[in-house]
Design a protein around this ligand. Structure first.
Ligand SMILES: *C/C=C(C)/C=C/C=C(C)/C=C/C1=C(C)CCCC1(C)C
Length: 258
């Protein structure tokens, strides 16, 4: 049996998939350390949001550690590890949304609807990828079902409950932040279906598809998507927390000067 360590050390420089597994792992870990340490610099009510950002990137980093080794030693897609990672981190991302609009009166039911939609999206995607028979019909059916969950979250963020609640807050930072996260859902999350369509039987892949992408592009696209979305989401939340904390601190420090 070949040792994983040797495989990892023999990583070819011209393999963008392996390269992004390595960079993703380090970037995600660095982001987790950053969010967790910066927690101490924001007002109390923002600490949970930063903790969640740290958990999202931390959990992803550990999964990247294993996915990297899996990929480098087998040259196969770590489907199960990928979906375990997403099943933990995507619900945490929708919790960030909920925490932002909670002050505007968000009910716990909103959180459950978002989590349910996320889990539905991921379970369908997992069935599409893990149980594929290589046919286009299998990939299309489960991909389309999965997209329904995605569209629900997209709708809620742009027009539905989350958007309506954000409009009610008097914090410009929260309004801008919710809008920024909604852009991540619209643009950043749209990266994933493209990766999905690269699998054999997928619309852009081999085996009946357009043949534009090969099976390895799936991991490359997912890795890029993860880095953008997980770190980006966290940075947006961090930005809101910092500016909101500054607002709260300013009056008292001004008072102490006088
Ligand atoms: C950190 C991980 C994130 C933000 C993962 C997001 C994943 C998606 C938005 C996946 C969406 C999919 C579809 C909309 C259809 C095809 C199957 C999926 C699961 C790739």
């Amino acid at each position: 049996m070949r040792s994983i360590l040797l495989d990892v050390m023999r990583i070819p420089v011209d393999d963008p998939v392996a390269f992004t597994f390595f960079t993703g792992y380090m970037a995600m870990m660095a982001a987790a350390v950053f969010f967790l340490f910066e927690r101490g610099t924001v007002a109390d009510k923002w600490k949970t949001s930063l903790l969640i950002s740290g958990l999202i990137t931390g959990i992803a980093s550990v999964h990247y550690y294993y996915m990297r080794d899996y990929y480098v030693s087998t040259h196969e897609t770590p489907v199960a590890l990928r979906y375990i990672d997403w099943t933990l981190t995507v619900p945490l991302m929708v919790i960030e949304f909920y925490l932002l609009v909670r002050a505007a009166g968000a009910k716990i039911a909103l959180l459950w609807k978002l989590i349910l939609a996320a889990v539905f999206m991921l379970v369908c995607g997992y069935i599409g990828e893990a149980f594929t028979d290589g046919s286009m019909s299998h990939s299309m059916i489960w991909g389309s079902l999965s997209t329904l969950g995605y569209l629900y979250i997209l709708y809620t963020a742009w027009l539905g409950e989350v958007a309506q609640l954000a409009a009610k807050t008097d914090s410009v930072a929260v309004q801008k932040g919710v809008r920024a996260l909604a852009w991540f859902i619209l643009v950043g999350w749209a990266i994933y279906p493209i990766g999905y369509m690269a699998m054999p039987g997928g619309l852009l892949g081999s085996n009946g598809g357009l043949g534009i992408l090969n099976a390895h592009s799936l991991d490359l696209i997912y890795n890029i998507g993860d880095a953008i979305n997980k770190i980006g989401f966290g940075l947006v939340v961090y930005g809101i927390a910092r500016s909101e904390s500054a607002v709260k601190v300013a009056p008292s420090s001004a008072a102490s000067v006088v």
